[in-house]
Design a protein around this ligand. Structure first.
Ligand code: CUA
Length: 157
């Protein structure tokens, strides 16, 4: 005959053991992730106070070197500030961007610039623009009723 209570004890301890193991693993992971957020704290910003905080208190194009520029852009429903960005041919542009409200996109078709702007985060990207021309900047993340009207102009002259 089987000793049923003994089997139950074994199964019960396996069950309780795996539950404790699961809680330990998720607890350790949670604490580890909490202590070390993936994007790094220096890349976050308060979305409510974004216009008063550097670098977004100075929007637009700022020369920082020999044909090297920092371009600070703020996105919001439904637009970009500035509405037009002009840089010389061959300029290396360091974009620093964020959103004031919801997730927006920042895409310059014909270039590798294809970014996501999330409220509370500073999106950084560097690209050198060798091809002169007028480019359209579009939001390619659906952000609401005015999404289709959300665009700006990028000029390489
Ligand atoms: Cu902003 Cu779509």
């Amino acid at each position: 005959m089987f000793d049923m209570p003994k089997f139950e004890k074994i199964w019960l301890s396996i069950g309780v053991g795996s539950l404790i193991l699961f809680l330990l693993i998720s607890g350790v992971l949670g604490v580890a992730m909490g202590l070390n957020p993936p994007d790094g704290l220096e890349n976050t910003i308060e979305p409510e106070q974004v216009e008063a905080a550097p670098p977004f208190n100075e929007l637009g194009v700022k020369q920082i070197g020999d044909n090297e520029y920092e371009v600070n852009v703020l996105s919001f429903i439904f637009g970009f500030d500035p509405k037009e960005i002009v840089v010389p041919q061959g300029a290396t542009v360091h974009f620093k961007m964020t959103s004031k409200d919801v997730v927006h996109g920042f895409h310059i078709p014909g270039t590798p610039v294809n970014l996501m702007l999330t409220p509370g985060h500073i999106t950084e990207y560097t690209h050198t623009f060798n091809e002169p021309g007028e480019y359209l900047i579009v939001c390619h993340e659906y952000c609401g009723i005015g999404h289709e009207q959300m665009y700006a102009k990028f000029v390489v002259e």
